[in-house]
Design a protein around this ligand. Structure first.
Ligand code: CMC
Length: 392
């Protein structure tokens, strides 16, 4: 036996996890670690959270510019008009186990929708925007319906006068959000809408680069997002905080996690580990969470305080390694404060990030190149085939 010695495989560096590699050019999202800012199409995310509606941000990401009043009205009208889902989807939701993972329910619904429509990539931008707006509008409805069906509650019909975040909350919870709750849902929707080349976005463009269709790219992206190192972290964060149970237990919990060399959910990030400023989304979400936690008090304030103590404890022990809170710490807390069951958290990430996935896929197709990297072979070559009867 000899080890592979091909000349073209000698001395080639392997970029594990593609860390630090540029594989694309984009005009969608820029993370500026020097200033600690994130920009969507050149606009400071913090300002967008403060001043813009979700619809404006979605339009900005999808079409590359802020909409004027007429464009915004038309886009919002389209989103509202597509909120109704086929009764066969409702029948499908009724057939699923009540404890199915909501992100799987979303994936199944998109698959069902695209299979029925026989959606393929015609290369038509119009068809792709049609599908995108339809899915952006319908996924929150599917999620809210599944929540209510799985709990044996009556489904709540969409309301024309509500915008995208308010309508989702209303259909899921059966009541209109108050202003602080509305701010929380809108902030989560805007903050989760894009984050450059996250694993799910890269997955989406990888699939799209074969000229497969937009629906398939989104289904693949959802599968990536589900993982606890990515979008599944906001679910784990809440379960971890509930397991900790009390601020007093935080120090021991963190110490033991570090001793066992286990990951602490809601901390660490590939893009921010060498930045002293950390994830710019954290302070934005934290302030909204603080406001809602103080308003609601009781178990809600307790969860917020455990998260804050965790932030301090982990940062003081691991901050020197670049391990600081990431978006999912306070997004998870906020979703808990909104009474969303933790299993729904990754799905809520998805109904927002779909905007970014679509924007990136459509942008990538403008200069499509098949994504097909290399792997360096390190196994043996030239082994002699041994008949089955002679093998040990
Ligand atoms: N808890 C404890 N230690 C950590 C953590 C963590 N959450 N994250 C990184 N480290 C340590 C890691 O063990 C390593 O230590 P050492 O150098 O001693 O081996 C060091 O920090 C550098 O870590 P890394 O493995 O180079 O980090 P990475 O860039 O590969 O990982 C990550 C990024 C997000 C996978 C990781 O930080 C992690 O597992 N975090 C927990 C899961 C999580 O919160 N994910 C959500 C990410 S943000 C939302 C999103 O984009 O989806």
């Amino acid at each position: 036996m000899s080890l592979c010695q091909h000349a073209d495989e000698q001395g080639k560096k392997v970029f594990w996890g593609l860390e630090g590699l540029y594989v694309n050019e984009t005009e969608i999202c820029y993370i500026d670690n020097d200033s600690g800012k994130i920009y969507y199409r050149g606009y400071d995310l913090e300002e967008l959270v403060k001043y813009a509606s979700f619809e404006e941000v979605a339009y900005l990401l999808l079409y590359g510019k802020l909409p004027n009043a007429r464009e915004l009205e038309e886009f919002s009208r389209q989103l509202r008009a597509r909120r109704f889902i086929d009764s066969s989807v409702i029948d499908l939701l009724k057939m699923l186990p009540a404890d199915a993972y909501p992100i799987d329910v979303l994936r199944l619904s998109i698959d069902y929708y695209c299979t029925r429509k026989k959606f393929i990539n015609t290369g038509s931008l119009k068809d792709n925007y049609e599908l995108a707006i339809d899915l952006i509008s319908k996924l929150p409805v599917v999620l809210a319906y599944f929540y209510r069906i799985s709990k044996g509650l009556d489904v709540v019909l969409p309301r024309e006068e509500f915008d995208h975040p308010a309508n989702f909350y209303y259909m899921m919870m059966g009541r209109e959000p108050d202003p602080v709750e509305y701010e929380a849902v809108k902030t989560i929707f805007i903050i989760y809408a894009d984050h450059s080349l996250a694993n799910s976005t890269f997955t989406a463009i990888t699939v799209a680069s074969t000229l497969s269709d937009l629906g398939s790219a989104i289904i693949a992206a959802l599968s990536s997002l589900k993982g606890p190192l990515h979008g599944g972290a906001n679910r784990e964060v809440v379960n971890m905080i509930l397991e900790i149970g009390d601020e007093e237990n935080v120090e021991k919990f963190v110490k033991e996690k570090i001793e066992r060399k286990e990951r602490i959910m809601g901390f660490g990030h590939r893009v921010y580990k060498s930045s002293s400023r950390g994830d710019p989304r954290v302070p934005i979400l934290k302030e909204v969470a603080r406001k809602l936690a103080e308003k609601k008090g009781g178990k809600y304030l307790k969860v917020f305080k455990i998260a804050e103590r965790l932030e301090n404890e982990v940062t003081s022990r691991l901050g020197s390694k670049g391990v600081r809170p990431n978006v999912d710490l306070y997004a998870g807390v906020l979703l808990y404060l909104l009474d969303i069951p933790p299993d729904y958290n990754p799905a809520i990430f998805a109904i927002s990030r779909i905007v970014g996935w679509v924007a990136h896929v459509l942008e990538y197709w403008k200069h499509n190149r098949l994504i097909r990297p290399l792997e360096r072979y390190v196994g043996p070559i030239g082994l002699k085939y041994v008949p089955l009867s002679e093998r040990e």
